[in-house]
Design a protein around this ligand. Structure first.
Ligand SMILES: Nc1nc2c(ncn2[C@@H]2O[C@H](COP(=O)(O)OP(=O)(O)OP(=O)(O)O)[C@@H](O)[C@H]2O)c(=O)[nH]1
Length: 307
């Protein structure tokens, strides 16, 4: 069994099964959060669930992971000055139809969800819909249960397309992922990343989950989309932004920054607009509005509206 060792900044412990617990020293922070955020990581076998979690807790990409064991990880970190503990359950390729899989129980246990697919595997993407449906159904049940409504709205669900370093083998486009995340009720964010190439994107996913749980991400923004920073992507780097007064999907880009798009001779702004043309129909269908915030005018909160 793989055992992870605490590093200097983020004390991280792997727990065998869900029953054993472990504590590691943690230096005092300004703020604190006593309740751990329980994150359930779902997805088909081989999409990179374990790699994603291991990347978070060790900052390493190990390459090969035990495909059969279900594992619980505890990760202590600091976000926005708060001490944060994540309990992360890796469902290890558990298929929804498998007998004794315990998926429903896991969904009940969790208060944040990451549903992972591989951008090189269409089936893993299609199966996400079912997982997202199960999660969203469980959330609705909690909301309607006698006293269970309180936390239901704060249960973020993130759809993550992994392995975008394998651009040549990509069969699920970023637009597909974005559209799916907009179509499925209860999905709060979408990210197209490479666990292997972009450790920062993994960290951003968990930061986003924490902020959603604590309602610190702008409540005005109904969805968020982000990309791992990799030269292989055929669209520019876009980040979710918190901008007061805007509803819908908000993106920021840096048109003045040197573009890293090796597939297109266009500058970032053109690439952004091209990409938006693909996404806008699905936004309209879902009554979403897309705002493009230029990074250089971001602080003045000047937005160009595309709707
Ligand atoms: N190229 C590439 N390979 C990746 C990436 N993430 C994971 N992998 C590889 O994909 C394979 C499967 O990764 P795992 O983390 O074991 O996938 P899993 O979803 O946990 O699989 P199960 O445990 O079977 O459910 C491994 O060989 C990883 O090295 C990535 O971002 N890029």
């Amino acid at each position: 069994m793989l055992r992870l060792i605490a590093d200097s900044h983020h004390s991280s412990v792997l727990i065998d099964g869900a029953t054993r617990s472990a504590m590691t020293p943690f230096r005092k922070r300004l703020g604190s959060r006593s309740k751990p955020i329980k994150v359930l990581v779902l997805g088909q076998p081989g999409v990179g669930k374990t790699a994603l979690i291991v990347r978070l807790v060790t900052q390493r990409f190990i390459g090969e992971y035990d495909p059969t064991l279900e594992k619980m990880y505890t990760h202590h970190t600091e976000i926005d000055g708060d001490r944060v503990t994540f309990e992360i359950l890796d469902t290890a390729g558990c298929h929804p139809d498998e007998h004794g899989c315990g998926l429903e129980e896991h969904i009940r246990w969790a208060n944040a969800f990451i549903v992972v697919y591989s951008v090189t595997d269409r089936w893993s993407f299609d199966e996400c819909s079912r997982l997202l449906f199960l999660v969203s159904y469980a959330k609705r049940c909690r909301r309607h249960s006698a006293n269970g409504g309180s936390g239901a709205k704060q249960m973020p669900v993130m759809l993550v397309g992994n392995k975008n370093d394998l651009e040549a083998q990509r069969v699920v486009s970023v637009a597909d992922g974005t559209t799916r995340s907009l179509e499925i009720a209860g999905c709060t964010a979408f990210s197209d990343i490479s666990v292997r190439e972009s450790p920062g994107s993994v960290r951003r996913i968990f930061t986003e989950l924490y902020r959603s749980c604590t309602r610190r991400s702008s409540g005005l923004i109904s969805r968020s989309v982000s990309y791992g920073q990799t030269p292989a992507v055929d669209i520019p780097m876009l980040n979710r932004t918190n901008v007061d007064g805007l509803r819908g999907l908000t993106l920021s880009c840096s048109p003045e920054a040197p573009h890293t798009d090796r597939h297109s001779p266009d500058d970032k702004t053109s690439a952004t607009k091209r990409w938006m043309q693909k996404v806008i129909p699905s936004l309209k269908k879902n009554n979403q509005t897309l705002h493009l915030i230029r990074a250089n005018t971001y602080h003045e909160h000047i937005a160009e509206r595309y709707s």
